[in-house]
Design a protein around this ligand. Structure first.
Ligand code: KIV
Length: 266
């Protein structure tokens, strides 16, 4: 089977073919996701919470991300591997971001790096993409800014912040981003941004109109011991095993059955 690239995902958008994406942090789960039809595997810094047991993603280090990314890369033959740049590994300067993104690609086997933030990240995204580092942007609820946001809250609910997220998405695309994650924004805003952009949007808690969907693996398997976000769904419930749960998720995303209205923010 041909490996998924950014170009593959970009062709899926106008074809209306939904992109199924999940997080993974190790070899065995990455291999299971890959053979179950997941198009894009994110090595998210959510590992700080679901693997390491922290309250936030802030303690995650570049070394942690390289380690987990390398484990995932060994298990993947088809899916595109997108790896989070952790807090403090890219915000200082575009040069700092380039050096650390380079390590994720060289040592971690990342194919795309993901970083959080809007306008302040545009210069960095341009710097990386002009130097051959593919970038996935992340807008809306950006967990690395949890303390500034005052908690894990939906974003883009008023006209001013919705307008800002829309402008940021366009500016990041213009700077060379190949994908954008929209986390916890209203479905109507995500639909508008998805229609305006040429690059695919990957939604999490942002409604069914995004070009693709992502969930944190431990949430969709119902194994995270703390409360999962309302927009998530336990796909293991009623299934014979983990592989069936992942296949059910992929089918639900591909056929537009997930997310349902109950998984969208008002
Ligand atoms: O850290 C993460 O896992 C993520 C995705 C869920 C979007 O950022």
């Amino acid at each position: 089977m041909k490996p998924v690239t950014l170009a593959t995902l970009r062709q899926m958008k106008p074809a209306g073919e939904k992109i199924a994406c999940l997080t993974a942090y190790d070899y065995s789960f990455a291999s299971l996701l890959d053979r179950s039809g997941v198009d894009l595997i994110m090595v998210g810094d959510s590992l700080g919470m679901v693997i390491q047991g922290h309250d936030t993603t802030l303690p995650v280090t570049l070394a942690d991300m390289i380690y987990h990314s390398r484990c995932v890369a060994r298990g993947v033959a088809r899916a595109l591997i997108v790896v989070d740049m952790p807090f403090m590994s890219y915000q200082v300067s575009p040069v700092q971001a380039f050096e650390n993104a380079g390590r994720l690609l060289q040592e971690g086997g990342a194919q795309v790096v993901k970083l959080e933030g809007g306008a302040p990240m545009v210069e960095t995204v341009r710097f990386l993409t002009e130097r051959g580092v593919p970038v996935c942007a992340h807008l809306g609820l950006t967990p690395q800014s949890v303390h500034q946001l005052g908690g894990y809250r939906a974003q883009g609910r008023d006209a001013a912040s919705a307008g800002r997220i829309r402008q940021d998405a366009l500016a990041l695309q213009d700077a060379g981003a190949g994908l954008v994650v929209l986390e916890a924004v209203p479905a109507t805003l995500a639909a508008t941004i998805t229609a305006e952009l040429d690059i695919p949007t990957i939604g999490i808690g942002s409604g069914p109109e995004c070009d693709g969907q992502v969930l944190v693996l431990h949430d969709m398997l119902g194994v995270y011991p703390r409360p999962s976000p309302k927009f998530s769904k336990n796909f293991l419930a009623g299934q014979a095993g983990v592989e069936d749960a992942v296949k059910a998720y992929v089918a639900a995303v591909k056929h537009g059955r997930f997310p349902g209205a109950e998984h969208c923010l008002a």
